[in-house]
Design a protein around this ligand. Structure first.
Ligand SMILES: *[C@@H]1O[C@H](CO)[C@@H](O)[C@H](O)[C@H]1NC(C)=O
Ligand SMILES: *[C@@H]1O[C@H](CO)[C@@H](O)[C@H](O)[C@H]1NC(C)=O
Length: 341
């Protein structure tokens, strides 16, 4: 008897260090996450208009924490449209049981990704409707097969959207076509205090914010924030870095970017082939200090044309046409301006 008890006690004691180690690791990881989220300015938006009962709540009871995502790629437009009958032509929606808080212009830069666009719109419309947002979805496409210039077409879309007077948009959300939001509590709302990076946690990147300066994917800016940054750079020809450039602009303009916590700002990325990276993108980025000479204010000096602005059932389509010489009035900025420290 005595021997057995002694044996049990030793056995229990043997496990103790392992248990303590496991708990310690768990606590350390948790604290590191909390620390990272703090340094990356991650927090949930607060409802400051709770007293106004006509206004839609920031977190309506219709929100879902874990949205079932259907990533199937074989749908026709008719199937997608079938399930979204409450959307007005042009991709417009206004909640009818409360007054929406902000009017959102969702801007999706796009080319040759029709399958992804269907998947995104199939989820984005119901997502925004459960959030009771008033919004319009703009898909801006670069015509033809020339080198892609995402910054330029996003500037064009901003310009078109801000010309609208019915409604006047309060908040511009630049949204990659391949990112599908997973959690409704990631409310699409601009923060007047600063730019809001809505996509800190993407499944392809293991749901972690890779670095504090990352603002790519989904970014919400008020008109004022957008203008203070002078919009997007027009000088990134090819894939990548225009978002890092925007990060420099926003910080130099004095803003502190915020984000939802990783558990809330979660997205699924639709897999696709990598595109051709921008030529000399490191050089272009190193000269970001040119920003007041290269952005939305210079758009009228650039050589582009809007081929069509068409209203489809689920979105407004802006088709933009230009060649590599579109930015010839500002190309010299990449030589003249000294590097930023
Ligand atoms: C772009 O390339 C595709 C495929 O190679 C081709 O079918 C299409 O006609 C091209 N578009 C233009 C405007 O040249
Ligand atoms: C696009 O621009 C090119 C070059 O300026 C022009 O030749 C072409 O006709 C334009 N296409 C459309 C659809 O506007």
């Amino acid at each position: 008897m005595l021997n057995t008890r002694k044996y049990l006690r030793i056995k229990n004691n043997e496990h103790l260090p392992v248990i303590i180690l496991a708990i310690t690791i768990f606590v350390v990881i948790h604290l590191c996450n909390k620390h990272d989220e703090k340094t990356a300015n991650q927090y949930i938006m607060e409802d400051n208009d709770k007293e106004n009962h006509q206004l839609c709540p920031l977190y309506p009871s219709t929100l879902q924490k874990h949205v079932q995502l259907d990533m199937s790629t074989n749908l026709e437009w008719a199937d997608v449209e079938q399930n979204l009958k409450n959307v007005q032509t042009g991709g417009i929606y206004t909640p009818d049981d409360c007054i929406s808080r902000q009017k959102l212009a969702i801007i999706i830069p796009f080319r040759n990704r029709e399958t992804q666009l269907k998947i995104l719109l199939r989820h984005l419309h119901p997502f925004l409707q459960r959030q009771k947002r008033a919004y319009r979805i703009f898909v801006v496409e670069q015509f033809g097969n020339g080198t892609f210039n995402k910054g330029l077409i996003m500037n064009v879309a901003f310009n078109q959207a801000s010309k609208s007077t019915t409604p006047i948009f309060d908040c511009f959300i630049f949204h990659d076509v391949d990112l599908i939001p997973e959690n409704d509590f990631n409310v699409y709302e601009c923060d007047k205090r600063g730019p809001r990076h809505l996509a800190p946690a993407v499944d392809e990147l293991r749901y972690f914010l890779m670095y504090n300066d990352l603002i790519g994917g989904v970014l919400g800016l008020t008109k004022e924030q957008f203008f203070k940054a002078n919009g997007w750079s027009n000088l990134y020809w090819g894939w990548g870095f225009e978002d890092d450039d925007m990060n420099h602009r926003l910080r130099h303009a004095g803003y502190h970017v915020s984000r939802p916590p990783n558990l809330v700002g979660r997205y699924k990325m639709i897999r696709h082939e990598k595109q051709t990276p921008a030529v000399n993108r490191y050089g272009t980025l190193s000269k970001w200090l040119r920003y007041s000479y290269d952005g939305i204010r210079q758009l009228s000096t650039l050589d582009y044309s809007i081929v069509t602005t068409e209203t489809h059932l689920l979105y407004t389509h802006i088709l933009v046409n230009f060649t590599r010489s579109a930015t010839k009035t500002i190309d010299h900025l990449l030589e003249d301006i000294p590097k930023a420290k």
